[in-house]
Write a protein that binds this ligand. Structure first.
Ligand SMILES: [Zn+2]
Ligand SMILES: [Zn+2]
Length: 146
């Protein structure tokens, strides 16, 4: 998952820049600047990592495991990565990625599609909410300390 590592790296670089600016602007010591960086860099990297992982997994073909560059037809096997059609027989013996016959002889029926976009949005809101929560806690902690 190279895209996940890239996103984490960018988040780390951005928060390093941010905490360096913060340290200079507040005329802070390098030590407390490093603490700021450790907190916010870690948080930003975590959120970016979760998000990028989520987005990358949306582009992975469930049929052949190929990580596509876009949510379209899979470059490896032609499977529709965006709609992700799935099929199963009425007895639910196995889930297939193409229509056909089940091993038990019943015809495979189309399953309801997985709400992929909603899942990604929920992950994004979760990451944002977590980030804000820790931000508030950090602000409260520094307010109590001073
Ligand atoms: Zn594929
Ligand atoms: Zn069956």
């Amino acid at each position: 998952m190279r895209s996940t590592l890239t996103a984490v790296g960018i988040a780390l670089a951005a928060s390093a820049l941010g905490s360096a600016l913060f340290t200079v602007a507040l005329d802070d010591t390098v030590g407390s600047g490093l603490v700021t960086f450790a907190i916010f860099g870690g948080l930003a990297a975590l959120s970016a990592g979760v998000l990028a992982w989520e987005l990358a997994s949306l582009r992975v073909c469930p049929r052949c495991g190929f990580e596509n560059s876009a949510m379209a037809a899979c470059a490896g096997c032609g499977y529709d990565v965006r709609d992700r059609p799935r099929f199963a027989c009425s007895e639910g013996h196995r889930v297939a990625f193409e229509p056909g016959m089940c091993d038990c002889g019943r015809r495979l029926l189309a399953l309801r599609p997985v709400p992929v976009a909603r899942h990604a949005m929920r992950a994004a809101w979760l990451a944002l909410g977590f980030f804000l929560l820790v931000l508030v806690v950090a602000l409260l902690a520094s307010g109590l300390a001073s």
